[in-house]
Design a protein around this ligand. Sequence first.
Ligand code: F0G
Length: 432
Amino acid sequence: MRFQTERPASWQTCQSCGNEVVETDPRARCQVCHGLLEVRHRPPAITAAELIERFTERRGGAPGATASGVWRFREIVLPSAETVVSYPEGNTPLLHRVALDRWTGMEHLLIKHEGQNPTGSFKDRGMTVGVTQALRIGAKAVACASTGNTSASLAAYAAQAGLPALVLVPADAVAMGKLAQTLAYGARTLLVRGDFDQCLRMVDEAAEELGVYLLNSINPFRIEGQKTIVFELFQQLSWEAPDWIILPAGNLGNTAAFGKAIREAHQWGLITRRPRLAAVQAAGAAPFARSFEEGFARRYAVKAETVATAIKIGDPASYERAVTAIRETNGIVRSVSDPELLEAKAAIDAAGVGCEPASAASLAGLRQMVRDGTVRPGEKIVAILTGHILKDPGLLLRYHQEMDPLPPGANRPIQIEPTMADLERVLKKGER
Ligand code: F0G
């Protein structure tokens, strides 16, 4: 079907066959060809200048949804939403640290820390919109597969909305911090003896039959929320786009969201120049990077292996729309090894910023791009850190206490007796 008469404020369209369905259709995939759906909006009825004025007024405003870094942009996120489920989320800072300029070889690197969202990752931006939509369509329960962050976020927002939540996570590849949060917020949690890709296939297949609303990033409303990472960083830069935005990439929902945000911000006159996107994968889970190297001639699926559990994904669901995002922004895709990733993480942590392992892919990738001349040190770059340092305390402790040989950034603690003599002995020796 295609809407022939005047279009509603928002609708959903299949990215593969163009089939259009109403905004409130609850199904996660196109019923004609099983493709992924995208939310489309009628262009805002007011000018870009008027929009910017509204966004500025709402910034740091009264408590509640207006203060949310997602709903501040509601005209270009979900204009028809009236009652929303908001923590509030977003409003994450743009940071600058000289130590990280030095480490990456940049002159003035800006870092947007999405780990400062309520449950510790950027997923909250998608989840506030996804769970809002779940209530609008009368969903009885919500579900997702996850490597950790999505499950914690879904569990929290479902709890706030009073909806039962079902979560499928890989039994031995979900970080301790995330499993703990998911249980604490009350989601029904299934530890699947398999990997993330299998978990996702299972919920994707089962959602309709079980009558639950699927809230993985294949859900187009999640993408609408995640666009606001880009809108917010444009606003923080007074609507002057940077030269590049760099982000970690796994299931590719965020890469797709960033591409859509850039396209719409440009179409609707909020920015005049478009930034390039650089998506960075872990080398052991890099089907998208491999495909990019071959001009996206074919799609790959791999058996994923990396310490960065968040992006341990071998068959990314948003592949097609991420290809569009990279093509439209003249973007690139890179991969970084686990040691490179852990070194970047140690540098980010040691700068007092801190992030989870997957997040460090962005800075590891940037350093690679500076070294091979893809990026000049004077360019304006925003690197996205996607998750919080406390996601994976187990990995942190292994890195600093147990790894042999000791990695370059390791900070090994020393046990002492409860005596001044022992304290002095250790401090005098400068023992490490
Ligand atoms: N960084 C973090 C911290 C993540 O949790 C994820 C994805 C990504 C990056 C990759 O984003 O999938 O949109 O390309 N985590 C998902 C989860 C898969 O279940 O929490 P993507």
